[in-house]
Design a protein around this ligand. Structure first.
Ligand code: FAD
Length: 384
């Protein structure tokens, strides 16, 4: 019976929808069933951190609704439906007591936001923004607000800081690190972004963590572990994402930081594949759009009879902080080499070179950001 069963894709984010679109380029007939916990709107997630700058409501960011996507892609789609488990031996997906057969199963269910374990009675005013529904809720919550505190100075925290500032809010960022995006940028480039944001009027409390969030009037009072307090109307938590691996692990799939797949996007179990924010592809966990697009193109071919390995090229990450435009291609972890830095104010060109001078990674900010394309041609791709 599993021969007539559809290809089932769990998740309608950029991974799920891009995959479905790619499958339809090769094959119009194979039944495809998509299942999503959200409302199935198609949208570009990177737009969520430019929404105040561009003054876009959630409805304006939504590209097509579930009905339009069903039609466009020639698929079946179940929205607002939480998959609760996988039975790999039976080739079935579980939705509570219901069982749905699959011929091939694709996990494209994304990453969870990390939530800090905070004390206090003001936690209702703390928001995470990781999908369009979150964004809708947050827009409503800040209507009439003036001051937003952001926990976290990673890529998403910095982008929201710039975006909310452009939207006219007062912004204070609290983060335990000493500079911006420590996991992604060398400190000299992180400092440039911090300076750029400070010049826009963003305040930073670095080297400090929020311990408790108490209700205060219509807003909150944040207590930091350095003894400081600060007040804000609303709080964004942007302290990181964790690939969703729980249900895969319960089903016996091999997981590491993400659901482990090889370059064919195959998990450890037959007929189950993964891509996007939930996947660890050949050892790489890359929570960005370009990698998932490469995966979707390769996997669509594999699923339609042409086994194809993904080949990651050079994919610099663009940080959407217009006050200090930034592009980065981090060197592989544990690379031998060192950073060479040129700097002019907030414009930084940091090049990571191996002892033989080979460029292995780079971070460029400000006026140097436009050099990203030229530099990308000099570094080796992830899959050479
Ligand atoms: P998601 O979009 O998270 O989709 C997951 C899907 O799975 C959803 O439909 C969800 O409902 C569904 N799902 C989850 N659990 C279940 C379940 N149990 N049952 C059924 N369905 C389930 N990347 C860039 O490259 N450039 C950028 O500029 C950039 N900016 C960003 C800005 C922000 C604010 C954020 C949050 C991310 C940004 N990213 C950026 C990252 C990029 O957007 C993500 O890597 C990408 O969108 C992930 O897509 P996905 O489809 O894998 O996951």
């Amino acid at each position: 019976s599993s021969r007539e069963a559809p290809i089932v894709i769990i998740g309608t984010g950029l991974s799920g929808y891009t995959l479905a679109r790619e499958i339809r380029k090769h094959d119009k007939d194979t039944p495809v069933l998509m299942i999503t916990a959200d409302d199935g709107h198609s949208y570009s997630k990177p737009m969520l951190s430019t929404g105040f700058t561009k003054d876009k409501t959630a409805d304006e960011l939504a590209q097509s609704d579930a009905a339009a996507m069903t039609e466009q892609l020639g698929i079946e789609l179940r929205t607002l439906t939480h998959v609760t488990g996988i039975d790999p031996d039976a080739h079935e997906v579980l939705i509570g007591d219901e069982r749905l057969p699959y011929s091939r199963l694709v996990l494209a269910w994304g990453a969870d936001v990390i939530r800090l374990n905070l004390a206090g009675d003001g936690l209702d005013h703390v928001y995470s923004i990781n999908d369009l529904m979150d964004y809708r809720t947050f827009r409503k919550a800040v209507d009439g607000a003036q001051k937003i505190a952001i926990m976290g100075a990673g890529l998403i925290g910095c982008e929201f800081a710039n975006d909310l500032r452009n939207g006219g809010y007062e912004v204070e960022v609290v983060a335990p690190c000493e500079t911006a995006m420590p996991g992604l940028l060398p400190p000299v480039a992180g400092d440039a972004v911090i300076n750029g944001l400070r010049e826009e009027g963003v305040s930073f409390h670095l080297g400090a963590a929020v311990e408790r969030v108490d209700a205060a009037g219509d807003g909150v009072r944040l207590h930091l572990d350095n003894g400081q307090t600060l007040e804000a109307d609303r709080v964004i938590s942007a302290v990181g994402l964790r690939p969703r691996t729980g249900m895969a692990q319960e089903a016996g799939l091999d997981v590491g930081r993400g659901i482990r797949v090889n370059r064919l996007l195959e998990t450890s179990h037959p007929d189950i594949y993964a891509l996007g924010d939930c996947a660890e592809v050949d050892g790489h966990v890359l929570l960005y759009v370009l990698p998932l697009m490469s995966c979707a193109r390769a996997l669509a071919k594999t699923l339609t009879g042409q086994p194809t390995e993904v080949a990651y090229g050079v994919m610099p990450v663009m940080v959407k902080t217009p006050c200090c435009p930034t592009a980065v291609y981090p060197p592989p972890a544990d690379s031998d080499g060192e950073w060479h830095v040129e700097q002019n104010g907030n414009s930084v060109k940091a090049l990571f070179r191996a002892p033989d001078e080979q460029l292995l990674g780079f971070a460029v900010t400000g006026d140097y950001a436009i050099e990203k394309q030229a530099l990308a041609k000099e570094v080796p791709p992830i899959h050479g």
